[in-house]
Design a protein around this ligand. Structure first.
Ligand code: AQP
Length: 336
């Protein structure tokens, strides 16, 4: 007789900061795969606005960015009936658990975080405690939902390690409370580099807008930015050390077209960078076109966005509060 297993799907949690308009880097490196993840797993996807205030944000712009990123999650095809889509600050359990976990995290282990070292250099005028404690808030995000899996890029690996250490520490001190999350290494997303300095990753908070393509950039803006991308003086389209600008454009082109580097090199043999950049621009425009069109629909429907956020916050709170309640009880807090 055939047996069927009804094992529950694993939970996966992924967040994006509304610290600017998401870039082609965020899209190719993360967002493009979220729809597939949502189909395969029990997905929770958050607009991580609490994380974004580690850097100063203009209030009016910040409000718009939060709502735009929520509209973008819908535009990439996430279904709010199926996945939990929410805005982090609308679920108070994140801040509550983060404070508690701060008291179970050592200053020494946090001091080793390389992202803190990097970010405190790039924001030397505002090295706040939040920037330092950022990985603990990220641990709270993950542990509240008992996430089995967290998609992580190279720059977030250290932070996931901390989340695992905190979970194991708490489970050992009290009793099993948190699922210890595993990194999810899925289909390799591209690591997209800055168009102006290809040794740096493309970032939405880069002060130079020519360094990134935003997912909402109009086609002519995309063309202009790619045209002015830094390359080299060799003039041949090939992937090689020392050709970081071209390597980056080849990576972007490969991600949008599905071609391999060898195929790209063959297609552009004997052609100059002008032709190649035009082809890259065309591929990026076509890749982002449907996302931009759907985003335009969702972002103007404020009532719907509000409803999605409210429903998401309610579903997220139900899960998060269950975990928070357990934690508080184990520590010895007097629950209401
Ligand atoms: N350049 C990139 N290439 C590939 N993936 C990238 N991601 C970010 N930049 C690139 C991935 O996007 C997801 C969401 O990132 P985030 O908004 O949470 O934070 P981030 O990594 O700090 O992104 P930014 O754009 O660089 O933001 P700012 O400028 O505010 O620091 C993550 O999965 C990330 O790996």
């Amino acid at each position: 007789m055939e047996t069927t297993t009804n094992a529950p799907k694993k939970r996966i949690l992924s967040c994006i900061q509304p610290s600017g308009i998401p870039t082609l880097g965020n899209y190719l490196g993360a967002l493009k795969n979220w729809k597939t993840l949502a189909d395969e797993f029990d997905g929770a996807f958050a607009v991580a606005d609490l994380h974004a205030i580690t850097v100063r944000q203009d209030p009016a712009q910040f409000r718009k960015q939060i709502s735009d990123v929520l509209a973008l999650l819908l535009a990439i095809g996430l279904d709010p009936e199926k996945s939990i889509l929410f805005i982090q600050s609308q679920v108070p359990a994140h801040s509550q658990l983060a404070w508690i976990l701060n008291c179970y995290t050592q200053f020494g282990e946090m001091s080793r975080m390389t992202q803190f070292k990097d970010k405190s250099q790039s924001h030397a005028d505002n090295v706040n405690v939040g920037l330092f404690a950022y990985p603990v808030l990220m641990a709270a995000d993950i542990l509240l939902y008992q996430a089995d899996l967290v998609p992580v890029g190279a720059d977030q690996k250290q932070h996931l390690e901390i989340a695992r250490d905190i979970a194991q520490r708490f489970n050992t001190l009290y009793s099993p409370t948190f699922t210890v999350p595993e990194p999810y290494i899925g289909k390799q997303g591209a690591r997209v580099m800055s168009l102006q300095d290809p040794l740096k990753k493309m970032s939405k908070s880069d002060p130079n807008p020519k360094s990134y393509i935003s997912v909402f950039d109009a086609p002519d803006v995309i063309s202009k930015k790619i045209k002015s991308a830094v390359t080299d003086s060799e003039g041949s389209v090939r992937f090689a050390d020392g050709k970081e600008g071209i390597n980056n454009l080849m990576g972007i082109y490969a991600c949008c077209t599905g071609l391999t580097n060898a195929q790209i090199e063959a297609d552009f043999a004997g052609k100059g960078y002008g032709d190649f950049k035009a082809a890259v621009a065309e591929a990026v425009i076509e890749e982002l076109r449907p996302v931009r069109e759907r985003y335009t629909q969702y972002s103007t429907d404020k009532a719907y966005l509000k409803e999605v956020a409210a429903q998401g916050a309610e579903r997220a709170s139900r899960v998060a509060n269950r975990t928070l309640g357990k934690v508080m009880k184990k520590i010895g807090f007097v629950l209401p």
